[in-house]
Design a binder for this molecule. Structure first.
Ligand code: GLA
Length: 707
């Protein structure tokens, strides 16, 4: 069919080739689409051979021969697995009887489309598979179309997964996933999935959420950072979602995932209203968790981010320094100091708009507060620009405080049910962005701000989950769970088109809206409100499993969590592992501290191309107590490498082994910048380098340049 998608007609086998993997599908004589292989490369002839060996389409009790390998197991017929698709037709018939109706390749032969029609009802379901030339990701998504007319009635879609991923037959299955909460996002956990059991990760909040992240990795329990076979998936969706790994009693594991959460209908299909699921991307790595991350990072940089090559500036953010006590005078003071330090962007966080003296009021009234900014934002914007910095502004446009002019004028603009209390969180309610008039208003507000204040950078926040998700005038109010996100995407896409020079930060009470869907329209991610270095090391370890350092924003702040004053260097080194920001009250820092900060910022700028654009190796994972964490970045041409290493605490005189680096050029000699010493790549990789880390919260940055 193409160079990367092959079809063996007699065996009815498709093989999708990525640079180092194959993904093979087979349509059985009984018309079921099953997965034959997902792993290292095999030929179409090999896949045909596998197809021949498949058993009959037998059914016994609740089992079928194809349990655990059906590519998109629908609800319908004799099937009892987690359904990828569940629908109800107008006459109340539930379930689908799919009949294969054709295959085609589109997008210059990179996308395979497999079409199925229901045997009786006007439903077409098309499975899409896209392969990319430069990484091992297969993108999957599904189109659902009502092929009848109005007389057939709508088709309720109860579940519509983007994909069901079939792991190969392994002796055991372990699932890696990220869990968290506010102030502790993206923490890596690994759990065994036992036969007959399921592991479900989900968000029911209307956003990607803090509790889990729509990403998984499966291995047989033996994979390590740099070895072993790993299968991984990530969903491009920023609303509620669900990913369920089911291990059948026969031992096989499948992972189904898509938008929506249990009990909420995805939508209603009509001839005018088709439905396309978000993309669920998947990849296989034969080089361990690190290899999988390397592929994810390449995918995000090459195919997701709108501006992957944009050099993320060193920013200053006002939130921790001035909080809601913000005014023109203190922002000007901070801007002067931030610029002296070397910051390239100055972000005015929450508190700048009308009535926003605390979190109880103001959201929705997006004009500068006349009490605190009597001359508007102009003096701050102008000064920030004069100082050579970009100007950034915090907004939370999907929200409203009941104490606001917006809410007083439009109390019906929020999600609500007529006879239910409107449950507040952080004293705020969620605007019904599914309403076209509200979406239009939100766009106009933000567009106006960007134009009027010459904004270079928008921090787009979302600080509360949905509740009482009603829309009294709407017949199918569940659709807001999908349409809120679609309209949010449309607003962001439109703003990006209208203001191509503006960068976007995604934030949701810290790292609550981190996913491939948001990354497709963001430049930077606020990873957590927790800026404590030790906690951040764990968060960053989880974050980088799938998302690249070039979007991972961290701030150096005044000390958190009463650790008793961690060294400034330690805090800088933690934030320098991604996109560096400063969030401390720099106006109160003494000269010595400012000078040290300026040195770190200058050093960050020197190594930034490698940190932001290079290849990440997680050398040592964070643990607890007497532990060392280390990461390394290597430029694509292997000419430069940066190592960041942190000693959490020292106990019992214990010495640490030399740190072994990765990815350098064998036979090459590297200079350790600033020391005059040289090291061979082989020595650094095969023996390692001893690090003089001695006390609690000690850290080092090493910069190697090939001679
Ligand atoms: C959220 C964000 C913070 C800050 C505050 C402002 O919590 O994560 O960075 O912007 O809102 O209210």
């Amino acid at each position: 069919m193409s160079d990367v998608i092959h079809y063996a007609a007699r065996a009815r086998v498709w093989v999708l080739d990525t640079p180092s993997t194959s993904y093979a599908l087979h349509l059985t004589p009984g018309g079921r689409l099953v997965n034959l292989h997902w792993g290292e490369r095999i030929s179409p002839a090999d896949a045909a051979h596998l197809a021949e060996q498949l058993g009959d389409d037998w059914v016994g009790g609740a089992e079928t021969a194809f349990d655990g390998i059906e590519e998109y197991p629908v609800e319908g017929g004799v099937r009892y697995r987690e359904p990828a698709l569940s629908v109800r037709f107008a006459d109340r018939t539930r379930g689908v009887e799919p009949r294969f109706s054709g295959a085609e390749t589109v997008d210059s032969g990179t996308t395979l489309r497999l079409c199925f029609e229901d045997e009786h009802y006007p439903l077409r379901c098309t499975l899409n598979y896209r392969v990319l030339p430069d990484c091992d990701v297969v993108e999957r998504w599904v189109d659902l179309v009502h092929t009848g007319d109005a007389a057939d009635g709508g088709i309720e879609v109860l579940v519509a997964a983007s994909a069901t991923w079939t792991a190969p037959f392994l002796t055991g299955y372990r699932m890696s996933h990220l869990h968290g909460l506010w102030y502790g996002e993206s923490r890596l956990d690994r759990a065994e999935v036992a036969p007959g059991s399921a592991l479900v990760i989900t968000s029911r909040t209307g956003a990607t959420g803090h509790f889990a992240n729509p990403w998984f990795a499966v291995d047989d329990g033996t994979a390590l950072e740099d070895s072993g076979r790993v299968w991984s998936g990530a969903l491009a969706w920023s609303g509620s979602w669900r990913i369920a790994a089911h291990r059948s009693p026969n031992g096989r594991l499948q992972v189904a995932g898509g938008l929506g959460h249990e009990g909420v209908q995805v939508g209603v299909l009509t001839p005018e209203r088709p439905f396309t699921t978000p993309v669920f991307a998947g990849l296989h790595s034969a080089r361990g968790f690190g290899g999988a991350s390397e592929q994810w990072h390449a995918y995000v940089a090459g195919h997701v981010l709108p501006r992957p090559g944009y050099v993320r500036p060193v920013l200053f953010n006002s939130w921790e320094a001035t909080g809601f006590g913000i005014d023109e005078e203190n922002q000007l003071r901070l801007a002067e100091t931030a610029s002296r330090l070397g910051a390239e962007l100055f972000v005015v966080d929450d508190g700048w708009f009308r009535g926003r003296t605390g979190d109880h009021a103001g959201l929705g009234d997006w004009t500068p507060d006349p009490g605190r900014f009597p001359r508007g934002l102009r003096p701050v914007v102008d000064r920030v620009h004069e100082l050579g910095m970009g100007f950034g502004l915090w907004v939370e446009p999907e929200m409203v405080n009941p104490d606001s002019d917006l809410y007083r004028a439009h109390p019906d603009w929020v999600y609500h049910f007529p006879h239910r209390e409107r449950g507040e969180s952080r004293h705020q309610l969620v605007l019904n962005l599914a309403r076209p008039d509200v979406a239009e208003w939100v766009h106009a507000q933000v567009d106006g701000l960007v134009r009027e204040h010459r904004v270079d950078y928008l921090k787009w926040d979302m600080n509360r989950p949905f509740s009482e998700v009603g829309w009294p005038a709407e017949n199918h109010p569940d659709r807001v769970w999908v349409d809120h996100v679609r309209n949010l995407y449309a607003i962001l896409d439109r703003l990006r088109r209208e203001h191509p020079g503006v960068a976007f930060e995604t934030c949701s009470g810290g790292g609550g809206r981190l996913d491939l869907g948001m990354l497709a329209r963001s430049d930077v991610v606020w990873a957590s409100d927790n800026t404590d270095g030790l906690d951040r090391l764990a968060i960053q370890h989880g974050f980088t499993q799938v998302y690249p350092p070039r979007v991972m924003l961290g701030w150096v702040t005044d000390d958190h969590l009463n650790r008793g004053g961690t060294p400034l260097r330690w805090r800088f080194h933690v934030a320098m592992a991604g996109v560096l920001g400063i969030g401390g009250d720099v106006a109160a820092w003494d000269e010595e501290r400012l000078a040290e900060a300026a040195r770190h910022i200058a050093q960050y700028k020197a190594v930034r191309p490698v940190v932001q654009q290079g290849l990440l190796h997680r050398l040592e994972a964070p643990g607890t107590g007497d532990h060392r964490t280390a990461v390394q970045y290597v430029s694509a041409d292997r000419r430069e490498s940066v190592v960041l290493a942190w000693l959490h605490a020292r106990q019992f005189r214990s010495a640490k082994p030399p740190l072994r680096l990765r990815g350098l050029e064998s036979g090459a000699v590297y200079e350790l910048v600033g020391t005059g010493t040289t090291w061979s790549g082989d020595l650094l990789m095969n023996h390692g380098i001893a690090l003089p880390l001695t006390g609690d919260f000690d850290s080092r940055l090493l910069h190697f340049v090939r001679r």
